[in-house]
Design a binder for this molecule. Structure first.
Ligand code: ADP
Ligand code: MG
Length: 690
């Protein structure tokens, strides 16, 4: 994502404001009490944005007092929280600034209520969505493209709430897109109502569960994300977009940048609450969820604590310790305007958790972010990529009813986005396949190397043994030395191995800690950390040294051979170890060979039976060919006969026609004769006389 400031020659909109260093806004919100306050209980009092714990007699408990910029008492509405903390973030979002708002607090303290609200008091998400659409309506000189996504982190896995088939998604990072969840469905939206429909759909897919403390306890962290892209409307008279883009590109080539596309991403996060297992009464699935929730919140606490440290201590921030902190990385100490609403429960029974949350809030408000307008000039801007195609569609549909047109454009946009996401998914799959192939190749190479080592070692030990035996017999025959001396002398053969020729495996293993990891080594069994006091410890600002908790077996440093053991012993034991490993590898390889040979035999058998079948079918083919030829020649003869017959018929026909003609003329002649005779009867002399 480019961060340069640019001035637009096309748009009348002012240049973007410079990057600003600003503190995260942190506020505390008390939810209404759900139990009657009893006499003799400690209670929280709020005076001028200062929260203090008071004893039953009214005296403040020393050291338990916290000051914040904003404290929202029980009667405050979500609307009031939104106005003070979030509204400005949404206004900035329209101008290209990233923004994040999240609710943090123990379970049942009102996080989901704050983010999602209820019928009479819409939550931060609803208010923000409405505001985004209202705000973009007011910016006439720019056009906007808004897409939304909704995900949850459940048991440390990222699931898409808008599309159930997208489960266990991975986080990726690229120069253009920053940190993003690959394969997450994004939907382009053109109205707040459409967003609410999607949210409702996503909410139904979210993991909730009943605990002693909350009948509808959020068992996952959810992140609702709105990406707002905008670009200055093209005001040139021709309105030729392709031309305008071409100019921009050529300007870019000359390294002169102009304001073009802004992109900002808004995260509205509803965290699952930290919980004391004893209080929630969680067991089974709930317990497992609780451990994951605590683990990721602990990682969040660690990140906040490190960020609130000053100077050098900030050098390494363990964002990669959890999916939550990785996704929220830009919001915590990065390029975003961020607000945290820390929700607390006022009841006496939650005093310790409330205190923990207030300590978390005190640390968080020290964090400074560097927010700046996100301008992009590359093709990463979806708006830019889609613009031409949409314009084409618009032209084609000119004259249609505008609502139909808008719907079709929205559909077209979403189709295009989907195909892009699909392409991205495929690219990731391809990359993963490439990596696994590389790993396989690497493994094969390693195995080959080990086999080579084995060969070298066996040659080496044979040579060594031979030379030792030779020397021994020579000494025995010449000097008659004791067995002890022979042994030490014999060992000398091993003291000068050709180290240069030794493969890597022959060198004592190095520690795994040579490269600095970008995440704290997270112990495998960290899941089992259900010690709630860890919370309070964390919220007080202590960094949890995750190494100290328990070290996972594969992270244990490999011990180097003791310095005072002799090189010979070290090398010999290394060689023996290698030998036994290699022997096993050799055995495994031989076993594989035997299997392969068996398979080969089977294949050979198959081949010969196939060859037999082939020769039989070849014989059949020959027979059939001969039969066919015979039939063909018979057919030829028959054909000739038929032609002869046809000729005969033709000749007979001709003769018949000829005779018919003769007969016809004879008939006509005789008819004429009869007619003539009738007309002129012939008197035969003598006939009358008779
Ligand atoms: P969380 O998400 O922190 O676990 P919820 O938001 O689910 O807690 O709140 C627990 C209960 O308290 C819910 O029944 C919710 O309606 C109620 N509640 C929380 N905050 C408020 C508030 N400010 N006003 C009214 N009811 C609230
Ligand atoms: Mg909740």
């Amino acid at each position: 994502m480019s961060t340069h400031r640019r001035i637009s020659p096309w748009s009348s909109s002012p240049p973007p404001p410079p990057a600003t260093m600003e503190k995260i806004s942190v506020a505390v919100r008390f939810r209404p009490s759900i139990s009657q306050e009893l006499p003799g209980e400690r209670q929280w009092r709020v005076e001028d944005s200062r929260i203090t714990l008071h004893r039953p007699l009214g005296t403040p408990v020393s050291g338990v007092s916290f000051a914040f910029d904003h404290v929202f008492v029980e009667s405050c509405t979500n609307g009031a929280v939104y106005e003070v903390l979030i509204k400005s973030i949404i206004e900035s979002a329209v101008n290209g600034f990233n923004g994040t708002a999240f609710a943090y607090g123990q379970t049942s303290s009102g996080k989901t209520y704050t983010m999602n609200g209820c019928e009479n008091d819409p939550g931060i998400i609803q208010l923000a969505v409405n505001d985004v659409f209202d705000n973009i309506q007011m910016v006439k000189e720019r056009e906007f493209l808004i897409r939304v996504s909704y995900m949850e982190i459940y048991n440390e896995e990222i699931n898409d709430l808008l599309s159930l088939e997208n489960q266990k998604l991975q986080i990726h990072e690229s120069l253009e897109r920053g940190i993003y969840v690959a394969g997450l469905r994004e939907e382009i939206v053109n109205s707040a109502d459409l967003v609410f429909k999607l949210l409702k759909h996503g909410e139904a897919n979210r993991h909730f569960g009943e605990t002693n403390m909350n009948v509808r306890s959020s068992r996952s962290h959810t992140i609702f994300r709105m990406v707002i892209e905008s670009s200055a409307k093209d005001t040139s008279s021709s309105g030729d977009l392709s031309n305008a883009d071409a100019i921009r590109v050529s300007v870019l080539c000359n390294s002169v940048s102009y304001a073009s596309n802004f992109i900002s991403s808004q995260n509205l996060v509803d965290l699952a609450g930290s919980e004391r297992i004893a209080k929630t009464g969680a067991g089974g699935v709930r317990l497992k969820e609780g451990k994951h929730i605590n683990k990721s919140l602990m990682a969040l606490g660690n990140v906040i604590n490190k960020l609130s440290d000053s100077g050098k201590q900030r050098a390494h921030i363990p964002y990669r310790d959890s999916k939550l902190t990785r996704i929220l990385q830009p919001a915590l100490g990065g390029n975003a305007k961020t607000s945290i609403i820390c929700t607390v429960a006022p009841e006496e029974m939650h005093v310790e958790e409330t205190r923990g949350t207030l300590q978390f809030a005190s640390r968080a408000k020290r964090i400074t972010n560097c927010a700046q307008v996100n301008e992009i000039l590359t093709d990463a801007a979806l708006l830019k990529r889609q613009k031409l195609e949409i314009e084409e569609l618009r032209r084609k549909l000119q004259g249609s009813h505008s609502e139909v047109l808008e719907q079709m454009i929205l559909k077209q946009r979403n189709d295009m986005l989907k195909s892009e996401l699909e392409r991205e998914k495929l690219a990731i799959q391809l990359e993963e396949e490439r990596k696994s192939r590389e790993a396989l190749e690497h493994y094969i190479k390693e195995q080959q190397l080990k086999i080579d080592t084995l060969k070298d070692l066996s040659c080496f030990s044979d040579r060594a043994r031979n030379s030792a035996e030779e020397t021994l017999s020579a000494r025995q025959s010449c000097m008659g030395t004791s067995n002890e001396n022979v042994c030490s002398f014999g060992n000398e053969s091993f003291s000068t191995p050709n180290l240069k020729a030794m493969p890597n495996e022959f060198v004592a293993k190095r520690s795994n800690y040579s490269a600095l990891p970008d995440s704290s080594p997270m112990p495998e069994s960290f899941d089992n950390v259900v010690d709630e006091d860890m919370w309070l410890h964390l919220n007080k600002g202590c960094h949890t040294d995750l190494n100290m908790l328990q070290m996972s077996p594969n992270m244990e440093p490999q011990s180097l051979p003791s310095r005072n053991t002799s090189l010979e012993r070290c090398l010999t034991s290394e060689a023996e170890a290698e030998c036994s490993i290699d022997k096993k590898i050799l055995e495994a390889t031989m076993e594989k060979c035997a299997i392969l040979e068996r398979e080969c035999d089977l294949l050979r058998e198959e081949k010969s039976s196939l060859a037999q079948a082939l020769s039989t079918s070849e014989g059949n083919v020959k027979l059939l060919t001969a039969q066919k030829e015979e039939l063909l020649s018979e057919l030829k003869v028959e054909k000739q006969k038929m032609q002869d017959l046809k000729e005969e018929i033709r000749l007979f026909g001709l003769a018949f026609a000829q005779r018919e003609g003769i007969l016809k003329s004879l008939y006509t002649k005789s008819k004429a004769l009869v007619e003539n005779l009738k007309a002129h009867p012939v008197v035969v002399p003598g006939a009358l006389e008779c």
